[in-house]
Design a protein around this ligand. Sequence first.
Ligand code: SAM
Length: 239
Amino acid sequence: MRIDVVTIFPDYLAPLALSLPGKAQQRGLLDLHVHDLRDHTYDRHRTVDDTPYGGGAGMVMRPEPWGEALDGLLAAGASGDAPADTPRLLVPTPSGRPFAQADAQRLAREPWLAFACGRYEGIDQRVVDWASERMPVEEVSLGDFVLNGGEVAALAVIEAVIRLLPGFMGNPESLAEESHGSDGLLEYPVYTKPALWRDHEVPPILLSGDHGRIAAWRREQALERTAQRRPDLLAADDD
Ligand code: SAM
């Protein structure tokens, strides 16, 4: 999978060189391109923002640098340097559609994703409008809170997507039973050695070796946890 990220803070994406994402890049599973939006500015201060039309606090990202950055992606697609004609563009924003595991699964099947990381009060809306006429665009939210910029959101979405790529996980079985998986439940509590730690015991059933009873206990725990913490997930299951 190819992933492009456009940002004014390319260093924010440095963690993708670590751990499993780093290995995925070394093994050619992930082809990551990080672009500095300021490379598309031509004034001494490399300005990417300006005051909002209509007034109000804060600054808005100007459309011209974004237009050039996206032109670069389209050119890569047209020249055959990329795995598709256009990327699917993801624009992190707190006013986007909430990102969920089903989106990660869907996006993991795409050959090429690009991320436009906003800062300040966000990106001039015409950038999304213009891009939507040329490539699939999704405005996605990480949750009902406000971050300083789109980089952390892009990192989170990228990690959720690439860990689903075939060959990414050392042991793909780790993906089989997770929260937000096919059963719609949160994961049951997990334990490891020692069996007794600071007067807290591992539930004895897990030491029984009885796989049928362990599976039943885990399902019960998952149901209980979901009912307590995320009853909305159980309600969604009934729809
Ligand atoms: N004025 C914007 C609003 O109220 O919707 C918030 C802008 S925020 C300070 C700057 C940037 O952070 C956004 O353009 C977006 O890229 C990113 N961002 C902030 N919160 C986010 C969230 N919950 N999900 C995804 N991206 C977010």
